[in-house]
Design a protein around this ligand. Structure first.
Ligand SMILES: [Zn+2]
Length: 208
């Protein structure tokens, strides 16, 4: 696999157009309010969208992350690097970091712009997050992830650990269902299972 799918390309194209529009609106509002405060423009290249800078506190957006210039090494790295990074965040930021990791996953999941379960299955596979299988659709949606990027092969520590992945699922299901959702991991390779299993709970409408 050398590139990204058309769904992702389309998602980022739409996202960029939306950010450009937001930026124009922010500029219009500031002009109207007479707000001439600096926004650290010296830290941001002229082409970087300031909306992304504010959200991330870095002049990068998700589209930038997909631009990979590694002619020798390619797009992919050993999953150990990702695992070590997540473990380090939890170790150094403490238990509260788990919620932040979940919400970070949620935001990334939203950015993927999936519209159907087939999109979700394809994107999880393409990004190497895992192999998704829907095992129940009612009354609660249950999905399994085989070969999870984070936990497959972990010893049994008696704890579900895939907080970033359940966040990504939450963001994707929010887009698919157009509802606020909470995703809970009920089985995990780190609990001695051969796969991870997640329940998707609908919390309500998006605007409530
Ligand atoms: Zn897991």
């Amino acid at each position: 696999m050398v590139g990204i799918s058309n769904i992702l390309k389309e998602t980022f194209k739409l996202k960029k157009e939306k950010e450009k529009k937001n930026l124009e609106e922010v500029d219009k509002d500031q002009h109207k309010d007479g707000d001439t405060k600096s926004h650290n423009r010296e830290d941001v290249s002229d082409s970087a969208p300031r909306t992304a800078y504010r959200r991330w506190c870095l002049p990068l957006n998700y589209e930038d992350l997909f631009n990979v210039n590694r002619p020798t090494l390619g797009r992919y790295m050993d999953v150990v690097v990702f695992r070590a990074f997540v473990c380090a965040i939890i170790k150094y930021l403490g238990f509260n970091s788990i919620h932040k990791i979940y919400h970070a996953g949620e935001e990334f999941g939203r950015s993927l712009g999936v519209k159907t379960m087939d999109d979700l299955i394809m994107i999880f596979r393409e990004l190497g997050i895992g192999i998704v299988k829907v095992v129940e659709e009612s009354p609660v949606i249950k999905v399994r992830i085989y070969e999870s990027v984070f936990c497959s092969g972990f010893p049994n520590i008696g704890e579900c650990v895939c907080h970033y992945e359940r966040g990504i699922l939450a963001g994707c299901f929010e887009s698919i269902l157009n509802k606020r959702v909470k995703v809970v991991e009920t089985r995990c390779c780190a609990c001695g299972n051969d796969y991870c299993e997640f329940e998707v709970h609908v919390l309500g409408d998006l605007n409530k």
